[in-house]
Design a protein around this ligand. Structure first.
Ligand code: URA
Length: 257
């Protein structure tokens, strides 16, 4: 990380606005490597120097990636004038650092959502060319059968009020089957608008509850209740980074030349 102005660092960490820094400095509450900071414009290197506020070390990370158990009723967006968004569930630091959802869940869908400041990682997860697998659990309003499993595996033709597309083959695993309600897991490798709901609708079933369990090989931490979140560990970020490369990138990679 390059050196940056102290006031910029403090506002990026959502400690206060850039204009609020002067008051903190006047009160001697901010220290850099143990010495009270006096100048809001002083250059600091947050990777090397220790910056404290009221003796608490401020942890600087150039990139932040979060796993959120998105609750129903919240929009996958950075802001909305009327409705709560997933960014409202995180501390202000994440908005200040421009942390964005990598992909989208419907307002009524629950489960794993990744939010990241790392544009490359976000692109890797959402690029249609990479076909990163996404695993969902769905409750539907009637029975499911072997014909449904075969139809998902063969690639469903979707034609509805939202348009038409040929879905890629998807894996349907029936977990329970009843006349009035069934549950199933579905693994898809694309993310069209309302994809899973429309796939079931094409088989005459309405999805009554939908939850995302995994993206690639990263599973939702089951200890997170809806609305709770945590930062990913470096190992978990590596799992996401192992999402398949785009076909062109694979062809051009030096290892394969
Ligand atoms: N498919 C859907 O229909 N909705 C989601 O939120 C995600 C996948």
């Amino acid at each position: 990380m390059a050196r940056m102005r102290l006031d910029k660092l403090l506002s990026a960490l959502a400690v206060c606005s850039r204009s609020g820094v002067a008051a903190l400095l006047r009160a001697g509450r901010v220290r850099v490597d143990g010495a009270a900071a006096k100048d809001a414009g002083m250059a600091v290197d947050p990777d090397v120097q220790i910056v404290t506020l009221d003796d608490q070390t401020l942890e600087w990370k150039a990139q932040r990636t979060v796993m959120l158990n998105k609750p129903c009723g919240v929009l996958t967006a950075a802001r909305d004038p009327k409705q709560p968004t997933v960014l409202d569930l995180l501390p202000p630091l994440y908005r200040a650092m421009n942390c964005m959802p990598a992909g989208r869940l419907d307002k009524d869908t629950e489960g794993l959502l990744i939010l990241t400041t790392d544009g490359q990682l976000a692109h890797r997860l959402i690029s249609p060319k990479r076909e990163v697998g996404k695993l969902y659990e769905a409750e539907v309003d009637g029975p499911l059968c072997a014909d449904d499993v075969a139809a998902f595996a063969g690639g469903l033709s979707i034609r509805d009020a939202d348009g038409a597309f040929q879905a890629k083959p998807a894996e349907l695993t029936i977990l329970s089957c009843g006349e009035a309600e069934s549950t199933a897991r579905v693994r898809v490798t694309e993310g069209k608008y309302h994809q899973v709901r429309r796939m079931f609708a094409a088989r005459g079933r309405m999805v009554t509850a939908l939850r995302r369990l995994a993206i690639g090989s990263l599973y939702l931490d089951e200890s997170l209740q809806p609305g709770q979140w945590r930062e990913l560990s470096p190992q978990e970020i590596r799992l996401l980074e192992q999402a398949p490369a785009e076909p062109e990138a694979r062809r051009e990679s030096p290892a394969e030349k």
